[in-house]
Design a protein around this ligand. Structure first.
Ligand SMILES: [Cu+2]
Length: 353
């Protein structure tokens, strides 16, 4: 009860001081009130909200709910995930540089523990974590101004922080630069995470979190978008030859860094670490835990292009494998496919015996 009364008292005091100084009680609000108010479109991975076309800042309202739910992590294996918006990674948030964001965080009534949010796009204490400690069944709110463009990770920062992140509490928020990003044909949302279960890789059933493995940094699963196979088969990312593609790639960790690579493609541009500058003609980009990258390339030829963490045992033994399926006309000038498969005469091996 005391914790609820204190803010009220603080507000009353602030109001009294403001009145005494003949200022509005919340001086920051009127400027924001003049701006257009927009409800943020949130999407589950691998979808991305549409690009922002407006040329002026707005007040953007974000409504995000934290939900604890059992979901598939691999074939025959489930895990009690903790989520932002019901998915791992959490809902993709897209705003514009200069926007004022009114952030509403709800913790579903069925949750067992309190959660909060630290958005790396926020300038302020804890990235919003302190303002959003939210008990099950409660809603909290704070407002921030998006000062810096870039692709930012958000995550739960409730103690034990590592456990909340290990349970899937992370996602991406894109702060588009004032002039927007270059137009592309397709955008995708991909985020890597490492998971720690009591059972060994592939051991069926509901698997509890292993704190011991997490502390030792020995993940059982390393996956894209919260589960093995979330980007394969019917869930593969789809594009057509000739299309330009942008992937917003994040790494939730909690422990591993990702050597992100797409087999059979070269990134024309990588906005490394999710920042403003880009590197060109990149094969593999390093994405730190709690960091991101925007990768862009043209899908020149058809085929199955495989997303991997090039720390490659993770890909073939822990799950970090996704597929970008590109349909379209073959272009043998760029890639022929196999041209020969035959016996050849035996002789001295290259380099000698
Ligand atoms: Cu949490």
């Amino acid at each position: 009860m005391r914790t609820q009364l204190r803010p009220l008292f603080a507000c009353a005091l602030a109001g009294a001081i403001a009145s005494a100084l003949a200022l509005p009680a919340f001086a920051a609000q009127p400027a924001a009130a003049k701006m257009e108010t927009i409800q943020a479109v949130l999407t589950a991975p691998p979808m991305v909200p549409p690009p922002i076309t407006r040329k002026t800042p707005a007040k953007v309202v974000v409504d995000l709910e934290m939900v604890e739910k059992e979901m598939r992590i691999s074939d025959g294996v489930t895990y009690n995930f903790w989520t932002f918006g019901g998915s791992v990674p959490g809902s993709f948030i897209r705003i514009r540089e200069g926007d004022t964001v009114e952030f509403h965080l709800k913790n579903h009534h069925s949750s067992h523990v309190p959660h909060n949010i630290d958005l790396h796009a926020v300038t302020g204490t804890g990235g919003g974590a302190e303002a959003t400690n939210t008990l099950p069944g409660r809603e909290t709110q704070f407002t921030f101004k998006a000062l810096n463009p870039g692709l930012y990770v958000y995550h739960c920062a409730m103690a034990p922080v590592g456990m909340h992140i290990a349970n899937g509490m992370y996602g991406l928020i894109l702060v588009e630069p004032k002039d927007g990003l270059p137009k592309v044909d397709k955008e995708f949302y991909v985020m890597q995470g490492d998971f720690y279960t009591e059972g060994a890789y592939g051991e069926p059933g509901l698997q509890p979190f292993s704190l011991e493995k997490a502390i030792d940094e020995h993940p059982t699963y390393v996956v894209f978008n919260g589960a093995e196979g979330s980007l394969t088969g019917d869930n593969a990312l789809a594009a057509k030859a000739g299309e330009t593609i942008r992937m917003f790639v994040g790494n939730g960790g909690p422990n591993l860094v990702s050597s992100f690579h797409v087999i059979g493609e070269i990134f024309d541009k990588v906005y490394f670490e999710g920042g403003t500058k880009y590197q060109e003609n990149v094969q593999t980009t390093l994405i730190p835990a709690g960091g991101s990258a925007m990768v862009e390339f043209k899908a020149d030829v058809p085929g199955n292009f495989i997303l991997v963490d090039h720390s490659i045992f993770r890909t073939f033994h822990k799950g970090s494998l996704g597929i970008l399926k590109v349909d379209g006309e073959k272009n043998p000038e760029i890639y022929t496919g196999q041209q020969l498969d035959r016996e050849y005469p035996e002789g001295e091996p290259q380099g000698g015996r």
